[in-house]
Write a protein that binds this ligand. Sequence first.
Ligand code: SAM
Length: 294
Amino acid sequence: MTKSDLIQIIINRLNLQPSKAEQIVNIVFDQMVDALNKGERIEIRGFGVFEVRSYKGYQGRNPRTGESTDVAPKRLPFFKVGKELRERVAEGPKEKVDSNVFDPSNAEKLYSPERREAIPEALIKEMIDPNPGIILADVGTGTGYFLWPLLEAVEGQGTFYAVDTSEEMLEKLKAISEHRAWGEKIEYVKSQPDHIPLPEGSLDVILLGSVYHELQNRIEFLRVLKRLLRPDGRVVIVDWKPMLDGGDDTVGPKAEERLSRDVAHREMIQAGFEIRTPSIFQKLWTLVGIMPEV
Ligand SMILES: C[S@@+](CC[C@H](N)C(=O)[O-])C[C@H]1O[C@@H](n2cnc3c(N)ncnc32)[C@H](O)[C@@H]1O
């Protein structure tokens, strides 16, 4: 981990401006250096102790020439590992690294009444406004919540890819599709976190509904999506507002997992999109990325 990794984590977790996050990291390290300079101990319970050890000057010998020399007194910083840190490192990493990824055993929550109220089908139709013949990929489709109103809007006329990294979610969607109108129109695509097996330049719309906060390498992933789009295509990202932006966690992901629209906005620009920012849902933000004009 580098200092910039740390800054990026703070930006993501706290939805801060990069300059603020950098300031926070700098303040912490500067204060630690100041304290050590003054000879103070820094005690972080469970983590360890930083302290300065003083060594008296002494008469030494130059190893090359054998001549005796004065070795000056010195002060050196030391780190003593705390018990808890030692134990945690000995245990190794916790098994579930990608802990933000949706747990398929909670699949029924995706159709809860509270969620249906927060993400009304009519607004999904309005947001995408699909034409018959549309070629759309619902990435992170889960059990297809966002697909049904769109299939209905064009009476199944179009190509609808249901893309997910989870085989289990795709299987659940297959089961649901057997008794829903236009279910037979869905094409299932099992993807990887960094690869979606669809032809480049082929899609009119890529939709990410409540998925963005689960992605591991978001900017890289956006670049993957961009390659799949037609020149006049668009990526539509919808995700839950953090508490500070007027969200609440009675429905949707946990507060600490949420990302702000500002963070996603910056990342989409970094990935090379032009951005539109429509306001559609009350509890979720929306961002639309289009291809820049060449
Ligand atoms: C919270 S669920 C949302 C499902 C659906 N879009 C909805 O709103 O009801 C997130 C889904 O995204 C999938 N997912 C997470 N990371 C992904 C990735 N990198 N590529 C594709 N799917 C991903 C998860 O497996 C899960 O099915």
